[in-house]
Write a protein that binds this ligand. Structure first.
Ligand code: ADP
Ligand code: MG
Length: 542
């Protein structure tokens, strides 16, 4: 009709559209985050403007509605926000003016800081991401305080149209005509899960229509931003379950705000149960990074791999919302946050370790993962060693390295350990005979990682760690209840005969005082892998 005006996009928009649709986002689902963020922004803005002009007040409680229509292949996102005038539509959606939001935030920061609503959605190129999933987008909007509504429409290829429209109330409807290959975005479940993932921090209720009913899709609170005193244990647990997709209770909840050099809020959980999919597979930490409440990524690796069992959120003021992947890798801010968060988790573990019984619950789930840290993280190696627990030839239950050292015999030079596959079998091993006879305690380690980390730790409280299957260990200096060792038999004629019989299977046959009841035992050479390491290497086909 005559009233439809055609406009070319600003040249930059044309290029931008191309970029967005083809290259910018690896995850198409992000379009929903952008549109929902814009809608929430618009509601915030309306609330804010209503402070000085009550006629702009929201008619009722704000809500954002997401309505998929499979038959018509249409997805509508509606809000009761500030809306856009004809000029707004042309300016904000027709050029890269975007800075509607930015300019607004700026003016805010300059004037009425106390009334600052929480503005989000200043991330990325926002609106245009709709064209990743839609081949046509129609925006019907009515500015709060105005009687007029306008329809902006475009297929994202060079031009858009503007025409008068009808809308009963102020606000905006964004209608996406979904592409053939994007049908998934018409599924209510899919939409709900995207909202939970990306927009859970938005404090305005978001609903997704399913079978004609609006179902809530977000939790609606950035829990971590609330003061601790206002959060019940149930609320923490609920959030933990939601974050980790788990059903247990957290073993520990860490919630704090760091101020000073870097500003961030962290809410972290240590699970009470080992997850069903063993955490051994993936090594990356999935702690979520938010910037001013806005979810940015769960791939910022905010914790080292050996704390990957920790779930949670870190929310900082010190990064821009449009932080890119490259920037995330380079920025010193993240490195500082990482260090602070890691140290905090370690100190929490140290504190909780004082209650041995409670700590055991944690340790039995995640102790083997902590050992990876001893292996690979020189900075935290010492702290982590103190957090390890062991089965031992001398005591029931779990023991620490410090307690072992305290029990060491006079003249005992090293912390001895025996690594193998099976804790019960280790306790019966003939390798232990000589140590038992001398009353020397041996730590028993039954996890794969145990073949690796002790060598890296090297020493604990100045005492070297030694595998008892490696080389020859001289226990003669150990004082004490050594069983009388009768006259040592002369084996000098026997040893070469045994070596002959075994041939290339062994490199050496020697006498030992390590055995009491058994006649022979395997030992590894002094330098090089111990027996358990050799078994592992063999299994790995080396
Ligand atoms: P940004 O949000 O970073 O400014 P976008 O491309 O997401 O960039 O949006 C461009 C602008 O369009 C916004 O700044 C805002 O002024 C306007 N806008 C987008 N969606 C809405 C909406 N639902 N209601 C009101 N204004 C909107
Ligand atoms: Mg936006």
């Amino acid at each position: 009709s005559e009233t439809v005006e055609r406009h070319e996009f600003g040249a930059e928009v044309g290029r931008l559209l191309d970029l967005v649709v083809h290259a910018l986002y690896s995850e198409r689902e992000i379009f929903l985050r952008e549109l929902v963020a814009n809608a929430a922004d618009a509601v915030d803005r309306r609330r804010f403007e209503a402070l000085s002009d009550p006629t702009l007040m929201l008619p009722g409680d704000a809500s954002l509605r997401v309505v998929p229509d499979k038959e018509a292949r249409r997805l509508t996102i509606s809000d009761t926000g500030i809306g856009m005038s004809k000029a707004d539509l042309a300016q904000h959606l027709g050029t890269i003016a975007r800075s509607g939001t930015l300019a607004f935030a700026k003016s805010l920061s300059e004037s009425q800081a106390a009334d600052k609503p929480s503005l989000i959605g200043q991330f990325g190129v926002g609106f245009y991401s709709a064209f990743m999933v839609a081949d046509r987008v129609e925006v019907t909007s009515r500015r709060a305080g105005s009687e007029e509504a306008w329809l902006w429409a475009s297929d994202g290829r060079g031009e858009y149209t503007l025409a008068p429209a009808e809308r009963a109330e102020a606000g905006t409807d964004i209608v996406l005509h979904i592409k053939e290959d994007a049908t998934e975005f018409l599924e209510p479940f899919r939409l709900q899960s995207i909202i939970r993932k990306w927009a859970d921090h938005i404090t305005i209720p978001i609903t997704v229509a399913r079978d004609g009913k609006d179902e809530p899709a977000n939790e609606g609170t950035a829990l971590w931003r609330k003061p601790k005193s206002e959060i019940t244990a149930e609320r923490y647990t609920e959030f933990y379950r939601h974050l980790g997709h788990v059903f247990d209770e957290p073993w520990a909840t860490l919630h704090w705000r760091a101020e000073g050099q870097i500003d961030f809020t962290a809410l972290l959980f240590i699970p009470g149960m080992k997850p069903f999919q063993a955490v051994e597979g993936e090594r990356e930490s999935k702690v979520r990074l938010h910037v001013r409440r806005m979810f940015i990524t769960d791939e910022a690796e905010l914790l080292p791999p050996w704390l990957r069992f920790v779930h949670g959120v870190v929310d900082t003021e010190d990064l821009p919302l449009n932080v890119s992947r490259e920037m995330l890798q380079a920025t010193p801010v993240l490195a500082r946050i990482r260090r602070a968060v890691t140290n905090r988790v370690i100190s929490e573990l140290k504190t909780k370790a004082k209650d041995a019984e409670a700590y055991t619950k944690f340790y039995e789930n995640f102790g083997s993962i902590l050992k990876e840290g001893v292996w690979e993280d020189s900075e935290h190696r010492k702290d982590l060693a103190g957090l390890l627990r062991f089965k031992s030839s001398a005591v029931e239950g779990w023991t620490t390295l410090a307690d072992y050292v305290a029990r060491m015999k006079e003249g005992q030079e090293a912390i001895y350990y025996l690594a193998g596959d099976d804790a019960a079998a280790l306790a019966q091993s003939p390798q232990l005979e000589g140590f038992r006879a001398k009353g020397v305690e041996v730590l028993l380690m039954a996890e794969n990682i145990d073949a690796f980390w002790p060598e890296r730790l090297d020493k604990f409280e100045e005492k070297p760690l030694r595998s008892i299957t490696q080389g020859s260990i001289d226990l003669s200096k150990v004082a004490g209840e050594a069983a009388e060792q009768g006259e040592a038999a002369d084996l000098s004629r026997l040893l070469p005969l045994v070596k002959d019989a075994l041939g290339e299977d062994v490199s050496e046959v020697r006498a030992t005082d390590r055995l009491v009841d058994s006649a022979v035992v395997l030992a590894a050479p002094e330098y090089g892998p111990d027996l358990q390491m050799q078994r592992l290497l063999k299994r790995a086909g080396r």
